[in-house]
Write a protein of this length. Structure first.
Length: 623
């Protein structure tokens, strides 16, 4: 059996697995495994709402998984090769295990965690998002002398530093936090504990570099807003509350994210809502519905990934030769067509003339479309839309939506158009540069270009396409790679950029393409695969893994297939790695190659071991 025959056999095996895994409604449901933050916050919340006994089985299974994930040095990590461990994650786990009555302070695991926490700076050094949970529970003090001027919420939407200049993800997390800070809200825990022993110093560092001139500018502007009459501040509270209530999804979650929903619950309590209120009870139900049973215990997903997984799998299967008339594809297409969004969400603030037509990430997501999911869904629907006028209309509406969200600089961000005010990245909190705005990225821009080039009649002469090409070429790193924002990291971004540029007609002998290929080949591992560390996202430069991963290998192979010959040794070695995937170690297959927040939130998509190897192998056969 030659290599191509082996690949075809492997493809058929993969297709059969996906046939068995497909749900009755046509979707695929794989775990969206993020950091332990959501698990820890869930245990803490259930204690706060006096539900530990009622939800005993859920709590035990979450705690069981947490204990299993603890490292020998007492820490918890965000990714396997994270040096030493992660302070914030360790504090989250320590508090969750303590308040849920799972472990006592003097338990060996807890003593080891305590030692790690103190040796890494104590409670005062944790991430801003963790500080908020600690402050809400009275474990640390809220920032002294800080009171956010609520009149800010009355500013017009076109104001330079208005609410809608923030990335949607930042908005829905910061607003509940602001309400808790201003109210100095402390919840009365049903299992009060003391964490004074975890303070390495009395100082709590809430904000980064308070000596910075931009920080002082914000303080002065805040003082002006704070000087407004009390009436305006009261109206600001009403506006903030209304903002939250209008963005609750049908399952009760806030903007469909678990993390923002946790903060929303505490914010509503701070505003005087009872724990028995419909808003809080429905939010709790939504959070519980995000439970996913893994082999180690239950994980609370931050936002289930059914639409994303289904779009990518349907597309990959079609690339692998499964016909649109096959039930496997027909059911997935029907599901995706039902998930096209018809509501105007916050994205319309910056794109008033654009009609709805995008796709969101999760099953319940109804008004937060994003460009990545939209292009993925459109790829999956293209072949079916050609022969069905109703589907064609939906498909064309999706394309218009996607094109309408292009930023003025030529690239695409994740959620909205031109939320790119760089001044906001100087806000003195962690990850401001990563999460406060929604700028163009190489992975998003590359994937949109790949869709346009391979699945539409739009060509490289189109003005929008030319601007996108220019943006990508201008943002290539010196070593030939591109940084990917939503995957790990340089391998991901380089794959997206190369496949996007090649699909739209950029020749393989173009200087940028050759430079990128040379870089990709240079970082291939001895086992024939590719592997990149999650630390790349923090360092903002390529950091290799000591082993390869299936998804990163597939990205590299898929990109190189558009440049080098099919029988090139670099391709053969990569293909051999993918063919041997079932023999790979657990840490290779389960390494988180998705990215939410650099240094804070990494994602192991359980679907990626299926999607991207299938796609790369399919393209190998096609070529």
């Amino acid at each position: 059996m030659n290599l191509e025959e082996e690949v075809i056999q492997n493809l058929n095996e993969r297709i059969n697995i996906l046939r068995k895994d497909q749900k009755a409604d046509g979707s695929w449901e794989y775990c969206f495994e993020g950091s332990i933050m959501t698990d820890c916050f869930m245990l803490i919340l259930l204690n706060d709402l006096a539900l530990l006994d009622k939800e005993k089985e859920l709590c035990e299974k979450i705690a069981k998984r947490l204990i299993k994930l603890q490292e020998e040095n007492g820490s918890w990590k965000l990714y396997e090769d994270e040096e030493n461990g992660n302070l914030s994650a360790t504090v989250q786990a320590y508090v969750a295990l303590l308040v849920s009555n799972t472990l006592e302070k003097d338990h060996l695991n807890m003593k080891k965690a305590e030692k790690f926490i103190l040796s890494n700076g104590g409670l005062g050094k944790v991430h801003f998002m963790t500080k908020m949970i600690l402050a809400i529970h009275g474990f640390i003090q809220y920032p002294t002398f800080f009171h956010f001027p609520m009149s800010y919420f009355l500013l017009p939407n076109n104001f330079p530093l208005s609410l809608f200049e923030l990335c949607s993800y930042a908005r829905v997390h910061l607003i509940p936090m602001i309400l808790c800070i201003n109210k100095r809200y402390n919840i009365k825990s049903n299992h009060p504990i003391n964490l004074d022993h975890l303070h390495a110093t009395k100082e709590i560092e809430w904000f980064d570099d308070e000596r910075d001139s931009f920080f002082h500018f914000l303080v002065e502007e805040g003082k002006k807003l704070a000087s407004y009459p009390l009436y305006f501040h009261d109206k600001g509270y009403e506006k903030a509350e209304k903002f939250i209530l209008e963005r609750i999804e049908t399952n009760g979650t806030f903007y469909s994210y678990a993390t923002s929903t946790f903060y929303m619950i505490y914010a509503l309590l701070a505003l005087g809502y009872e724990t028995s209120s419909n808003e809080i009870q429905q939010a709790l139900s939504g959070l519980i519905s995000y439970s996913f049973e893994t082999e180690d215990g239950i994980h609370i997903q931050n936002s289930p990934s059914q639409v994303w997984d289904t779009a990518l799998l349907s597309y990959a299967l079609q690339e692998a030769g499964v016909f649109p008339t096959d039930t496997l594809i027909k059911k997935s297409v029907d599901y995706l067509n039902k998930k096209q969004q018809i509501l105007k969400g916050d994205w319309s603030k910056h794109a008033k003339k654009i009609s709805p037509g995008g796709w969101g990430f999760s099953e319940v997501n109804s008004f937060i479309p994003d460009n990545d999911d939209t292009s993925a869904a459109l790829r999956a629907l293209t072949r079916s839309a050609i022969s069905d006028s109703t589907q064609l209309e939906k498909w064309q509406k999706g394309i218009q939506f996607l094109l309408g969200l292009q930023n003025h600089d030529g690239g695409w961000g994740a959620f909205e158009k031109d939320v790119t005010n760089k001044w906001l990245t100087y806000l003195p909190i962690e990850n401001a540069k990563d999460a406060i705005i929604d700028p163009s990225t190489a992975d998003l821009t590359g994937r949109v270009l790949e869709f346009i080039g391979n699945y539409t009649t739009i060509d490289g002469k189109d003005e929008q396409v030319k601007k996108a090409i220019e943006w990508i070429l201008e943002h290539q790193e010196k070593n030939g790679s591109w940084y990917g924002r939503w995957g790990i990291c340089y391998i991901y971004g380089t794959w997206a950029a190369i496949t996007g540029l090649r699909s739209i007609g950029i020749p393989k002998n173009h200087e940028a393409i050759q430079k990128a290929a040379k870089w990709l080949i240079s970082v291939q591992n001895d086992d024939g695969g590719w592997g990149e560390s999650g630390y790349s996202a923090v360092k903002k430069s390529y950091v290799p893994l000591k082993y390869s991963t299936p998804s990163q290998t597939a990205w590299a192979v898929d990109a190189l297939l558009t440049i080098v010959d099919k029988d090139d040794e670099v391709i053969n070695r990569g293909i051999q790695y993918l063919l041997a995937q079932k023999d790979k170690t657990k840490k290779e297959v389960m390494y988180p190659t998705g990215l939410g927040l650099p240094g804070g939130f990494y994602i192991h998509y359980h679907s990626y071991q299926h999607i991207y190897p299938l796609l790369a192998l399919a393209h190998y056969v096609q070529k």
